[in-house]
Design a protein around this ligand. Structure first.
Ligand code: 13P
Ligand code: SF4
Length: 425
């Protein structure tokens, strides 16, 4: 059985953090497709088979997501392509579409700019005249765009249910409790709070107000250095893996790091443990990247001697240790594109990026997914062409659907933190 991350209702072999993409019926359909011997071996053999199967199942579930008018359901792919292109052309310079690398092909092909979180954040300032920024990504990215954008700009997320499970692992009240407990222990003044950009606007505002900053996977190292240049300790949230992996690569021993569990008083840590620590890691993770394992790397090395294994730094520590290289999505693309002809790459990140990269560099180079049954970010996948078409045609009709806004009080400090982030490279 292919294990399931699609829905908490799934009766298949599963990990707990189901993201609720499909209702149970369609999830079962997916499992049946994936476990039928023929279909499964095709899936394993070719990522290109996996994605259409998934997309077909999803088309039947679309009405269960953020509701769309019935006129936007059941459309043929070709018709959507033509209408999205037409709406985009009609909106001209009034519109900028940003697309994260994890977006599906039928959406990202309409992006004016593609990139990792850092690169996309920088694009916003380059388009001061655009009235609308349509963000094909997840909620925290749209919030960041609203914070960085100008007052007249409106940011749109085509499906408001496109969140990030990692960002949800750090709630603002949990951070406030954590900080209050650190203050109670007399330690807060020694600590710089640093949040990964994958976090809610309120978390970003909190770190901004408390002398901290935001990082992305492409400037995490420089950001930790920035923090330690200012204070003795860093509180890093929400991704423990990015924090641990980055600090370890900077030469910080694991003994200097502790994990703060937000569900336990004082993070479950003693004063002595906190005193010793230089890095306090929030107990959060990406449910997509924790699917990668060391046995997968061992298997791929057996199957493809000489393979280069490259992973995103959100993977667990042992996986990063077993890989040859790691970096942000943009870094992964750069490394593989610059690699010599004939090289073989196993990539540990979201399946849409891996599949597109494989197609782009073939036949000169070979790219395979480290997780052979495909590692999907089911919330990024929520941005469907139907939703994109709906928001674009809405703009033509003078209606702004799915605007994402951040309140003025949060915006002020979050903007300060994001500006600090953009200055650290
Ligand atoms: P990048 O900034 O590397 O694109 O990462 C974003 C993300 O959400 C990875 O899971
Ligand atoms: Fe969030 Fe993970 Fe999806 Fe990135 S891949 S958006 S961290 S759930």
């Amino acid at each position: 059985m292919v294990y399931c991350q699609w829905t908490k209702h799934c009766r298949g072999e599963s990990r707990p953090a189901g993201l609720g993409l499909f209702a149970s019926v369609d999830c079962e359909i997916f499992h049946k497709l994936a476990s039928v011997q023929g279909a499964r071996s095709e899936i394993v053999a070719a990522m290109g088979t996996f994605l259409p199967v998934l997309t077909d199942v999803e088309k039947r579930s679309l009405h269960e997501r953020q509701p769309l008018p019935s006129a936007y359901l059941g459309l043929e792919d070709e018709e959507m392509d033509v209408r999205i292109a037409a709406a985009r052309a009609a909106l001209g310079d009034r519109l900028v579409i940003l697309g994260h690398h994890y977006q599906r092909d039928e959406v990202i092909r309409f992006a004016d700019y593609t990139g990792d979180s850092f690169k996309l954040s920088r694009e916003i300032a380059k388009h001061p005249t655009a009235e609308f920024i349509v963000f094909c990504g997840v909620h925290f990215m749209a919030e960041s765009a609203d914070i960085l954008g100008l007052p007249h700009q409106q940011v749109i997320l085509p499906d408001l249910a496109a969140g990030c499970s990692m960002a949800d692992m750090a709630a603002p009240d949990q951070l406030m409790t954590c900080w209050a407990e650190l203050e109670q222990m007399g330690m807060a003044s020694q600590i710089v709070p640093v949040t990964y950009i994958n976090s809610a606007a309120a978390i970003k505002a909190f770190v901004g107000e408390h002398g901290g900053t935001i990082c992305t996977s492409s400037n995490a190292r420089a950001t930790l250095q920035w923090g330690w240049d200012r204070r003795e300790k860093i509180l890093f949230l929400p991704d423990q893996h990015l924090g641990r992996n980055t600090a370890w690569q900077m030469g910080v021993p694991l003994d200097d790091m502790v994990v703060w569990d937000p569900d336990v008083p004082f993070g479950g840590l003693t004063r002595a443990e906190l005193n010793r620590a230089r890095l306090i890691l929030w107990k959060g993770h990406c449910s997509v990247h924790v699917r990668f394992t060391v046995p997968q790397i061992e298997a791929v090395r057996r199957q493809h001697p000489g393979v280069r294994v490259i992973v995103h730094p959100e993977v667990p520590f042992d996986v990063l240790q077993a890989a040859d290289d790691n970096g942000s999505t943009e870094y992964i693309l750069r490394q593989v594109r610059a690699a010599p002809a004939g090289s073989v790459w196993a990539v540990g990140t979201e399946i849409h990026l891996v599949h597109r990269l494989a197609e782009e560099v073939a036949p000169e180079k070979t790219v395979i997914s480290l997780d052979q049954v495909g590692c999907l970010c089911s919330t990024m996948f929520r941005i469907s062409p139907n939703h994109l078409l709906w928001v674009l045609e809405g703009l033509l009709d003078g209606e702004v659907h799915n605007r994402v806004t951040v309140g003025e009080s949060e915006k002020k400090w979050a903007r300060i933190a994001l500006d600090r982030m953009l200055s650290i490279q």
